[in-house]
Design a protein. Sequence first.
Length: 266
Amino acid sequence: MAADYRYQHFTTKLLIHDGSFHKGAKRPGETLPEFDLPTTDGDRITTDDFGDRPLFLFTGSITCPMTASAVPSLKRLYAQCGDDVDFVMLDVREAHPGENYPQPDTMEDKMDHARTLKAFYQLPWKVAVDDLDGSLNIAMDAKPNSAYLMDRDGKIVFRSVWSRDLRGSILRPLESTAHEEPPAKDESRALLRPVILASGVIDDVMKRAGPTAVRDHWRSNFPLQLAARVASWLRPLSPDWRGITAVATLGTATVLAVVAVLWLAL
């Protein structure tokens, strides 16, 4: 299990796994297992540290483009709700290990990666570090950038496959839980929009991870990596708009190519 969790190469199988919750994953109404984890600032956080306020727990890593894409939105959420909700990022396995950030073999290496994550993105919240075998991450379905919102009793009231705020789908549960009201919606399985937006930062994150990460992503998800490469040429635009424009451009080109082939075949 440890070898499977600490993979060295990203694959299409992992890509499919990351896109949705699976049977057995912690769901609204349940509680997470107890935890006692080190943080990047030298402290420890445990289950007992929370209860006075709701807890918003989300996963990430330095080689995860979904994390990179989510950070600006998460910072806006933190500015709006950070006084009423505890924000904690759980550093998990490297989503796209490469030469610069390989899958950690020791807790010291994993802590170094987590400290880099916190410093690189200037994260204002605590970053806890899961153990090498991903005990808490696996209990949360081993997603690279999922999010779970717990009420004051430690019960999960909302979960999202991706931690990015999707037009308020995470903001509204945060606000309602902070005011001790049940969220109107208890999960988000949105996939297409967060992935399209993330394509604007994928190329940068893969290159930062190392050549192996870039090569593995071309092999495992050629269409998205192609969109990411196109997005990298659109630097005057913001990351979100780079992703949207790149996907739209490739989509249009594909449609035109199909029309041309059909026209020539007539």
